[in-house]
Write a protein that binds this ligand. Structure first.
Ligand code: HSE
Length: 413
C-alpha cells in the first residue's frame, strides 16, 4: 500500500480525494498498489465528510511521517506551496502538484532538488487541466525539435471571448457571467490580464526548449481591451479573436514568446476551440502539428491529471520519470519589440478615404475591412513587421490625426 497526503481541500484537492475513492479499484490495478490518503491538510474543518478524521492542520505531521511517500500539493499560490513542496522533497517524498504559479516560478529548482534525491516532482495538471500535455511534450514528442507551441491556455478568457463572439455580449457582461458560473474569480486579473496563460506557456516553453522561462520575461497582454467591434471585424476578416500563448525558437538558443489576444483565421485548428475549453497546438519537425484539446480547468478534469501523476509516481519510486529543464537566463527570451506579426488596426478620426490613405502611406498596401452600415471607422490588416516597428508606425498614424481604437497581433498560419 502506498500512503499519500493531500495538501489543500479546495476544488482540486477535494476532486483528488473523490476520484481516488470513486475509481479506487481501477486506480489500484493500474498502479499495481493500493493508494491510500493518510492525511489531508487544510486550515478548515470538514466534520460532515466521511473521511473527516484524516484532516490535519500541521504540515510537520506529514513531513515527519515516513509512511507518506507522495505529497499532493493543491493549495495554489507560491509562498506556502513552495515551502511545503520543498520540505516534502527534502524529507524524501515525491511531489505531485497542479500549481502552475509554483512551477512557473520555481520549477527548475524543485526539479533539481527532486533529481538530486532520486524523487519525482510531477505537474501534469499545471497546464491544460485534464488535457495530457506535459507528458506528451516531454516523452511522446521527445524525438522532435519543437518549432512552435501556440495555445489557448485559459478557460475563463476563452469563455468570455466565446460569449462576445457568438452572443454579442460585452466584455463586462461576459465577465460577470463567467463569475456567476464560477469560472472567474471575484478578482479576475490572473485570468483576464493574461498572467495565468503566461505561467502556462512558460512551463511548456521550459519543457520544450530545456531552460527555465520566468513569467516576467514574457510580454503579456490580456483581453480587457477587446471590444465587440473588434470581434465583428475579425469575423469580416475570416476568423475570430483568441487569447494565445505562443513560443518558438528564433536562433542562438533564444525564444520568441508572448501572450496576447490575437486574430486567428478559421483555417487554424485553434479557431474551433470555444467555451471553457483549452487547445494547444505543438509543432514538431518530425510530426508537424499535433493538437491537444479538452477541459483545461474544473474539479474532476484537473483531479484526473493529478491522480494520473500519483499513479505514475507509485510506479516509479525507484526509476525517476524523466522530466527536467536547466536554469534560465535573463536574455533567453527576445525583446517583444522584435517579434514579427501582421497587425489588425481599427481606426477613426478622419473621413474614410483619408483614413485609408494615411494607413497606406504609413504601412504600405493593407487589407481593408469594413462593416455594413458603419462609416465612421475602418479596420485594416497590415503586413508583418517587428512589433516595435508596428508601434512606431501606429504613433505616426496618430500624428496624422488618426485615432487608433484597436491594435492586435494577427496569428498567421
Ligand atoms: N483560471 C484557470 C482557467 C483555471 O480559467 O483556465 C485553470 O488553470
Amino acid at each position: 500500500m502506498i500512503q499519500i497526503a493531500v495538501i489543500g481541500h479546495g476544488v482540486v484537492g477535494s476532486g483528488v480525494v473523490d476520484l481516488l475513492h470513486e475509481n479506487k479499484a481501477g486506480i489500484s490495478s493500474r498502479a499495481h498498489e493500493t493508494i491510500r490518503v493518510k492525511y489531508i491538510l487544510d486550515l478548515r474543518d470538514f466534520p460532515e465528510l466521511p473521511y473527516a478524521s484524516k484532516f490535519i492542520k500541521d504540515f510537520a505531521t506529514i513531513e515527519n511521517d515516513d509512511e507518506v511517500r507522495i505529497v499532493v500539493e493543491c493549495i495554489g499560490g507560491v509562498k506556502i506551496a513552495y515551502d511545503y513542496v520543498k520540505r516534502s522533497l527534502l524529507a524524501g517524498k515525491s511531489v505531485v502538484t497542479s500549481n502552475k504559479e509554483l512551477v512557473a516560478a520555481h520549477g527548475q529548482e524543485l526539479l533539481e532538488l527532486a533529481q538530486e534525491r532520486n524523487l519525482n516532482f510531477l505537474f501534469e495538471a499545471s497546464v491544460g487541466g485534464g488535457i495530457p500535455i506535459i507528458r506528451p511534450l516531454s516523452q511522446c514528442l521527445a524525438a522532435n525539435e519543437v518549432t512552435e507551441i501556440a495555445g489557448i491556455l485559459n478557460g475563463t478568457t476563452n469563455f468570455i471571448l466565446t460569449k462576445m463572439i457568438y452572443d454579442k455580449m460585452s466584455f463586462d457582461d461576459a465577465l460577470a457571467l463567467a463569475q456567476k458560473l464560477g469560472y472567474a474569480e471575484r478578482d479576475p486579473s490572473a485570468d483576464v490580464d493574461g498572467h495565468d496563460s503566461c505561467r502556462k506557456i512558460c512551463i511548456l516553453a521550459s519543457l520544450a526548449f530545456g531552460h527555465h522561462v520566468y513569467p516576467e520575461q514574457v510580454s503579456t497582454e490580456g483581453i480587457r481591451n477587446v471590444t465587440l467591434e473588434d470581434v465583428s471585424y475579425a469575423d469580416v476578416w475570416g476568423g475570430s479573436i483568441k487569447l494565445l500563448g505562443v513560443v518558438k525558437p528564433c536562433g542562438d538558443g533564444k525564444l520568441d514568446m508572448c501572450v496576447a489576444p490575437m486574430l486567428i483565421p478559421k483555417t487554424n485548428q485553434l479557431w474551433r476551440v470555444d467555451d471553457v475549453f483549452n487547445g494547444i497546438l505543438a509543432c514538431g519537425n518530425a510530426t508537424g502539428d499535433v493538437l491537444f484539446y479538452g477541459r483545461g480547468a474544473g474539479k474532476m478534469p484537473t483531479a484526473s491529471a493529478v491522480v494520473a501523476d500519483v499513479i505514475d509516481c507509485t510506479k516509479h519510486f525507484n526509476a525517476r520519470k524523466y522530466l527536467y529543464w536547466d536554469k534560465g537566463s535573463p536574455d533567453l527570451v527576445i525583446d517583444a519589440s522584435k517579434s514579427v506579426f501582421p497587425m489588425y488596426i481599427r481606426a477613426t478620426g478622419l473621413p474614410a478615404d483619408e483614413l485609408t490613405a494615411a494607413v497606406e502611406k504609413v504601412y504600405g498596401s493593407c487589407q481593408k475591412l469594413t462593416r455594413e452600415g458603419v462609416d465612421d471607422e475602418v479596420a485594416f490588416i497590415v503586413p508583418a513587421a517587428p512589433y516595435g516597428e508596428q508601434c512606431s508606425k501606429r504613433q505616426q498614424l496618430e500624428w496624422c490625426g488618426v485615432k487608433v481604437l484597436g491594435f492586435m497581433r494577427v496569428f498567421a498560419d
